[in-house]
Write a protein that binds this ligand. Sequence first.
Ligand SMILES: NC(=O)c1ccc[n+]([C@@H]2O[C@H](COP(=O)([O-])OP(=O)(O)OC[C@H]3O[C@@H](n4cnc5c(N)ncnc54)[C@H](OP(=O)(O)O)[C@@H]3O)[C@@H](O)[C@H]2O)c1
Length: 318
Amino acid sequence: MAALQTAFAYVGIGVVAYYISLIITFIYDVFVRTGIKLEKFGAGKGAWAVVTGCTDGLGREAALELARKGFNMLLLSRSQEKLDSMAEEVRKLGVETRVLAVDFGKMTEDKWQQVGQEMQAVRVGVLMNNVGVSYDYPMHVEEVQEQTVNSLVELNMRAMIKMTQLVLPQMKERKSGLILNSGSFAALVPSPFLSIYSGTKGFVKYFSQSLAAEVAPYGVVVEHLQTYFVCSRMSKTRRPTFLIPMPKPYIKSVFAKIGVEGGSSEPYTSIPFFSHALMAFVSERIVPKQLAINYNHSLLSGLRKRALKKIQMQKEQN
Ligand SMILES: NC(=O)c1ccc[n+]([C@@H]2O[C@H](COP(=O)([O-])OP(=O)(O)OC[C@H]3O[C@@H](n4cnc5c(N)ncnc54)[C@H](OP(=O)(O)O)[C@@H]3O)[C@@H](O)[C@H]2O)c1
């Protein structure tokens, strides 16, 4: 009996020590550890950064932050007008800027060739695969229109694959480069009523992690950036809260913590913003996955009901 009690005591001490070590690592990663310096990828030394979907939300802030850090910028997004005004803003930061209008939902071989030529013309130090779409509101999978399915596949997955294929040869040859892929908490906890979006972000996660290990021996860093809500047009949230920051502080945390897991327990993944990190820590290490999915189910079905009500009210007003 005494031996059994001792065994239980040792197991208890082991479990407590494990959780204490997790909490210490978490605090160190989120509040103390600094990431890989962007100079390593050529910031301020003539290298270029490429950002897709750069005229709004996270992409816009990322482009401005990379320019502030001294990268010349190649900006890819859909609307020429928005790109031109973005380029004007970026040039004021004292870096060279090129723009290319591309609709990633309607790409042709010729257009991909043009993107390839633009990228080959410069020394790309950073590629941020940021462009992405979600649904207008949470829906049952069979309600999602074909055009939306197409955009989800083309923007969230194919654009990332093709951009990566175009940039990797030069990064591998130089043995230097950073590829940052925009993922989501929809791949941390599966998201009912956003099944296709959640699935595409699951692709982003495994693609990024597989690629990261594949190209690490060539000196190329690939990071899966896992984001909870941030105020943007996509998230339909304008006012920041503790859990939902504005793009600027969020993006500052991203580039301050390259290569640092933050709240993530996954390899080659970063959850750099402290409130997102805390949320991930709780969802991944403490709450059983099924409970987390149930929570998402209730959250997203609530958002769905509210959206449907709003649509109904708009119909009645018209
Ligand atoms: N915001 C969040 O809460 C959140 C959470 C998790 C993950 N993410 C991920 O972060 C990324 C950026 O999200 P965001 O919230 O910043 O989005 P956003 O505010 O909607 O901005 C999207 C950007 O992509 C461009 N774009 C849209 N469709 C395009 C197309 N067909 N071809 C080329 N460019 C196109 C937009 O240009 P136009 O202005 O011309 O439309 C805009 O610059 C996405 O991959 C998203 O999944 C966001």
